[in-house]
Design a protein around this ligand. Structure first.
Ligand SMILES: Cc1cc2nc3c(=O)[nH]c(=O)nc-3n(C[C@H](O)[C@H](O)[C@H](O)COP(=O)(O)OP(=O)(O)OC[C@H]3O[C@@H](n4cnc5c(N)ncnc54)[C@H](O)[C@@H]3O)c2cc1C
Length: 369
């Protein structure tokens, strides 16, 4: 939505630099939120409907920071913060290409107009189902150590964003020092939409995975506090055996295909045999989800199918946190669809004016209203 659509809408007030600290409740329904300004001033914003859309870590933290007894999350309270999922990423093999260009021209970013495409190898859905594996894809990560090209790329990226690189003069001089590869890559990029023609120093197979939801993988409240004196989120992210097995199966299938097609040999990394090496090498992708999962019943989740927290009228949650399972692919369109559906429902059930108390109760001289 364009900024002016919000600024000029008489029904909307945007409050910037405001950190939500808790949800207010009374008798099984929400009555608003507590908000802190940059000067730590505490303000209560009264509203009959509240939608938490603060991401999977913060949604769970805010629900836990709010008085659980007053919120009356029922049995669902036990699920808040649990089933934390992310994207485990693991390097499983080194790929030694027969002709490096054949792989590089197909699997390093392609450019089509203003679009940048990242080709991936995906596990076929039928095979995934048949073998009971998780959803997964693999990418060929190409390491390049040509300093002139790296400097040219930094300059180009910075110019697009209308800013400077950290060392603009050094970067421009380094790029000019190696004019042939820079001009050749520029030509390929802008005429054919292909990435670099430089030989990579190494190529790695990297697998990105869906996760099995695990109740012990969770967000809870830490004993440490933030600058507002509120408990920080404590993240206990767990990765299970099916993730390990899926990454190894996918790697072996890709290796077999690369050999069969005469494209490359594959050298397996220790993570392919050794679970400890796998766990030491896995990283997340800053893609948290699942911590306020949707369910029909408070016994099995946090929000109902209409995104309302079980047992708390008017309190809703939206975002990746409501996914019972997260799948592999980016979920932004699903999140937007859920948000639009919720907005439509709220517009019908709580038209402006019928909101029991859309007022700001400042705990000092107040935020602007
Ligand atoms: C399986 C999976 C695959 C993904 N793949 C991709 C991908 O390919 N590419 C990609 O770019 N992304 C990817 N993502 C990330 C995805 O885009 C994000 O998960 C998604 O945007 C999260 O949306 P959200 O609305 O839940 O939270 P967010 O977009 O994080 O929005 C939360 C907002 O709340 C604000 N906030 C937080 N706490 C407070 C507070 N206390 N008070 C006030 N405001 C607060 C934050 O500042 C932020 O603006 C993937 C995620 C998943 C789960």
């Amino acid at each position: 939505m364009h900024r002016s659509a919000l600024v000029h809408n008489p029904l909307v007030q945007v409050i910037l630099n405001a950190t939500v600290g808790a949800v207010l409740t009374e008798d099984g329904r929400t009555t608003g939120v507590v908000v802190y300004g940059p000067d730590r001033r505490r303000v209560e914003i009264r509203a009959g409907n509240v939608v938490l859309a603060a991401g999977a870590i913060e949604n769970a933290r805010l629900l836990q920071l709010s008085d659980p007894a007053a919120i009356g999350l029922g049995d669902g309270r036990q699920h808040t913060g649990r089933f934390l999922q992310d994207h485990p990423i693991i390097r499983t093999a080194e790929v030694i290409a027969e002709d490096f260009r054949l792989l590089q021209d197909r699997y390093v970013a392609l450019h089509r107009g203003k679009r940048r495409l990242f080709p991936k190898v995906r596990l076929a859905p039928g095979v995934q189902q048949e073998r009971g594996l998780l959803d997964a894809t693999a990418v060929f990560v190409h390491d390049h150590s040509e300093p002139g090209l790296a400097a040219a790329r930094r300059v180009l990226t910075a110019a697009r964003a209308r800013r400077m690189t950290e060392r603009p003069v050094a970067d421009v001089l380094t790029a000019l020092h190696t004019p042939v590869p820079v001009l050749r890559d520029g030509y390929r990029r802008f005429v054919f939409g292909r990435s670099t023609a430089a030989r990579p120093s190494a190529v790695w197979l990297q697998v990105w995975l869906e996760q099995t939801p695990d109740p012990d993988s969770r967000i809870s409240l830490s004993a440490q506090t933030d600058s507002l004196g509120m408990a920080r989120a404590q993240v206990d992210w767990r990765v299970g055996d099916r993730e390990i097995e899926t990454s190894r199966q996918l790697t072996r299938w890709i290796a077999a295909d690369l050999r069969r097609l005469g494209l490359a040999r594959v050298r397996e990394l220790p993570a392919m045999q050794d679970d400890d090496a796998w766990r030491a090498g896995v990283t997340d992708a800053f893609h948290p989800s699942g911590t306020t999962r949707m369910s029909d019943s408070p016994d099995t989740g946090v929000v109902d199918p209409a995104l309302q927290v079980h047992g708390v009228r008017g309190l809703h949650v939206v975002g990746g946190s409501v996914f019972p399972t997260s799948g592999y692919a980016n979920p932004t369109l699903t999140i937007v669809a859920l948000a639009l559906r919720l907005a439509d429902r709220l517009a019908v059930t709580a038209p402006p004016g019928r909101d029991p108390g859309a007022t700001v109760r400042p705990g000092g001289d107040g935020l602007s209203r």
